[in-house]
Design a protein around this ligand. Structure first.
Ligand code: 2AM
Length: 485
């Protein structure tokens, strides 16, 4: 163990709850000397006692000791609760730092807070890096997906360490990269979580359809997901779905999924994604439906009041039709997944333009290939689409994805139509299909909406046949006037 005052630690971690502790251990296991600090000293002591043998830790009792333990430029990772705690810790350390030092917030901050903190520290010459870290406790210890946002200079000093500790994709590439300036990293992490919500909802609907329409018990549905996991849907989430569905509850002997209360919770990043999408004016219906589906599931009162309302009662399909239907569900799930990823990527593109982040959209896919919840073979394809055309307006327009959604057409429509006939709620699958149909439509009924707005509010409209902005005198002789001069 080194002397706390010698300034030999390459990096420091303050906030040693499980995420911070595991990140510090991951850094130490990769041969870095890590200064460790926590408001309550007992956590620092416990870390060194339990895991001191894993590497070179420098325990620090006070913020001053912690800062003194770091080589320059100093690299401090803050791992405390997002919100007030982060402001408190940053405020405590800022006066102790010098120009060129780097503060990394590895918590789940809202990107607008990250932008504010980055600006405040930049005025003192201190770099602030908002780093999204995905993969939970296990990821923090064994390799997370890391999405750092901040200055180029900060990434130059920090990147090599992050690349050491990040998850490695199947081709060996580290699952981290400089995402962009200030809040870009935390923004991308937020969208990751939004996409995760959408993925989980689509999988849940697929399971529900296998059960209600194909008549498959959870163990049988587990086999279907296991098979899907060997194909183009190969992903962490589909893999764990198979495991959960195959699991038998020890207490009741029933399928485990039947022993779990059907009210899904959320921590709020899905909600942030939708709120932010509304502010940016980007439609993310897949993520929104997923957030609303969780919300609805928890409304016990509403659900009780509506239980027993009429709906169809149809028996499950016979064995042969069920197998065919299960194949159609795979296609509907895959096409919907493409659609909801396209929405997530549209959102990142919009924010990148709004904030001048210059996010490389293919790199984001690469960084999510390992360590995080949505890791999947699919992300190689997303990256390939943006590598082929960095200006791709939407993933749906990529030739390969367009070919696949096109081929899934009939199945996708059949599954949504069947869900409607059986009375099985599929907000995710149907919203994805509606989004696909709306985007590909030659004409949308938005023309009528715009005409109505002109009727009741004189909001004016553009015409299909000539330029200009017009208003019809609805209350008078219905003649048309040009309103743009
Ligand atoms: P503690 O052990 O002293 O409570 C997760 O809560 C982590 O954030 C813990 O390491 C906790 O420190 C730390 N933390 C929470 N609020 C804090 C604050 N206001 N100042 C410093 N550390 C804080």
């Amino acid at each position: 163990m080194s002397d706390a005052m010698s300034g030999t630690a390459q990096i420091g971690v303050t906030g040693l709850a499980v995420m911070g502790r595991n990140l510090a251990r991951n850094l130490a296991r990769h041969g870095h000397t890590v200064a460790v600090h926590n408001r309550t000293g007992a956590r620092t002591k416990a870390l060194v006692e339990e895991f001191g043998k894993e590497g070179d830790f420098v325990p620090a009792g006070t913020p001053r000791e912690f800062v003194a333990a770091l080589e320059r430029p100093r690299r401090l990772v803050v791992m405390v609760k997002a919100g007030e705690a982060t402001d408190a810790v940053v405020g405590e350390f800022a006066p102790l730092l010098e120009p060129g030092d780097i503060v990394v917030d590895g918590g789940n901050a809202h990107f607008s807070d990250t932008r504010r903190r980055e600006e405040a520290l930049r005025e003192r010459g201190v770099h602030f890096v908002g780093a999204g870290v995905s993969g939970g406790e296990e990821g923090a210890l064994h390799g997370p997906s890391i999405m750092p946002g901040g200055s180029d200079e900060a990434y130059a000093a920090l990147g090599p360490l992050l690349e050491d500790i990040a998850a490695k994709a199947h081709d060996g590439a580290p699952c981290t990269a400089h995402i962009g300036p200030d809040g870009a990293g935390h923004f991308v992490k937020m969208v990751h979580n939004g996409i995760e919500y959408a993925d989980m909802q689509l999988i849940a609907e697929a399971y529900d359809m296998l059960r209600a329409v194909a008549g498959y018990a959870p163990a049988r549905a587990a086999e279907v997901f296991r098979t899907w996991n060997t194909g183009r849907l190969d992903s962490y989430l589909v893999g764990i779905t198979a495991e959960v569905l195959a699991h038998t509850d020890a207490a009741t002997g029933r399928p485990f999924v039947d022993a779990v209360a059907d009210a899904a919770e959320q921590k709020g990043t899905g909600r942030w994604t939708v709120q932010t999408a509304l502010d940016l004016g980007v439609p993310v219906s897949g993520i929104a439906e997923a957030v609303f589906a969780r919300s609805l599931s928890g409304h016990t009162g509403l659900r009780e009041a509506a239980t027993g309302l009429p709906g169809p009662h149809r028996p499950p399909l016979g064995e042969r039709d069920a197998a065919h239907f299960a194949d159609q569900v795979e296609q509907a799930l895959y096409a919907s997944k493409i659609t909801s990823y396209a929405q997530g990527w549209n959102m990142m593109r919009a924010a990148s333009e709004e904030y001048g982040w210059n996010i490389d959209l293919g790199t984001v896919a690469a960084v999510w290939r390992g360590g995080c919840i949505i890791r999947a073979a699919f992300l190689d394809r997303v990256r390939a689409a943006y590598d082929a055309d960095p200006a791709l307006p939407t993933l749906l327009a990529d030739a390969e994805f367009a070919g696949e959604t096109g081929a899934a057409q009939e199945a996708w429509r059949a599954v949504v139509a069947t869900a409607v006939r059986y009375g099985v709620p599929v907000p995710g699958l149907s919203a994805a299909l509606a989004s696909y149909d709306a985007l590909r439509a030659d004409r949308l009924p938005a023309a009528l909406t715009q005409a109505q707005r002109d009727y009741f509010g004189a909001h004016a409209y553009r015409r299909t046949d000539r330029p200009g902005v017009y208003h019809t005198l609805w209350g008078q002789d219905r003649s048309e006037v040009r309103t743009d001069g």
